[in-house]
Design a protein around this ligand. Sequence first.
Ligand code: ZN
Length: 259
Amino acid sequence: MPELPEVEEAATRLRAVALRELITMVQVRHPALARSFPPQAQAAVVGETIVAVTRRGKSQRVGLADGGTLEVHFRLAGDWALGRRGDPEPPHERLRIDLAGGARVSLVDPRALSVVRYFPSGTLPPSGLGPEPLEAEFTVPALQEALRTRRVAVKLALLDQRVVAGVGNIYAAEALWEARIHPGAVAGRLTRARVARLHDAIRTVLQTAPAGRYHAPDGVREGWRVYGRAGAPCGRCGAAIGRMVQGGRSSYYCPTCQR
Ligand SMILES: [Zn+2]
């Protein structure tokens, strides 16, 4: 599942081929995508030039010359397949965008859960997202303030995109291991010292995420400290990594060194 580092990497790849390019053709290849990106929205972007590709949280935003925006969310399994017009159709292609220079941008998604929405100039709603964790706005006091009133487990608080944008199940688990905080600790009761450790850990795990891991075949995505490693030894203390369910999703943690 793509989180901040993977979405950032995807936006970077898209930017490299799409910036300053004119959209000559848009084709939705799956009915699920047509629900979020209907024909009139598709028609509105044809003939527009792409002037920006940015990321906010786990969304990508494609800025158009007329002020409109295409917002793309990969959900569980989306990705870009970037090629040239005339290339063979990539597997699981859901959306195809042709650019005047000959490039072809395909949104591929075996689960067909990705969402693309078009916002005409001036209609993009506020994101409702918390601070970007790698930007200066994400400070220890800001994180402490966001957690202060939350009586839920800190793991669940981290998944709340209003607390910090772009962190999901994998990086939340990794950050809590790095900070030596139990995922079930009550968010609002963390001491300032622990919040500071968590703040630094979130940045560390996001910044050290191996590039391109999202594109590796399943089973080759190594390098996690706890995520998906139930029963394996903790790299810090050797205890067996545990697993528990929080909010319907698996949390992985070291029962010995995360308190
Ligand atoms: Zn441990």
